[in-house]
Ligand binder design. Structure first.
Ligand code: FES
Length: 106
């Protein structure tokens, strides 16, 4: 499943992510920088923050209460399309997903 990451300087990287992994893990696996993921995907650090492209926001699982609380503490400003990339599961239905990486994670 292809996922495109767009960096704050508009550089983009498209990777082939494994289904069942998370978007956070796909970034780490493919050396996409800007996603720190200090907690390793346990939804406690908020350093895997991304902005999901508007075309995709409605296709994702809703934000859980835990994710919502963490998103209030992101280093970069929280926006309506803010998500934690460790909570987005890669699946065929998300082929072509575009996420933007914020300018800082801590
Ligand atoms: Fe820590 Fe996502 S990796 S909250």
């Amino acid at each position: 499943t292809t996922i495109t990451f767009i960096h704050p300087d508009n550089r983009s990287e498209t990777v082939e992510a494994e289904d069942g992994a998370t978007v956070m893990l796909a970034a780490l696996t493919h050396g996409v920088d800007g996603i720190v993921a200090e907690c390793g995907g346990n939804a406690v650090c908020a350093t895997c923050h991304v902005y999901v492209d508007d075309a995709w926001t409605s296709k994702l699982e809703p934000v859980s209460d835990d994710e919502d609380a963490l998103l209030d503490g992101t280093a970069a400003e929280r926006r309506p399309n803010s998500r934690l990339s460790c909570q987005i599961k890669v699946q065929p239905a998300l082929a072509g997903l575009v996420v933007r990486i914020p300018d800082r994670q801590s």
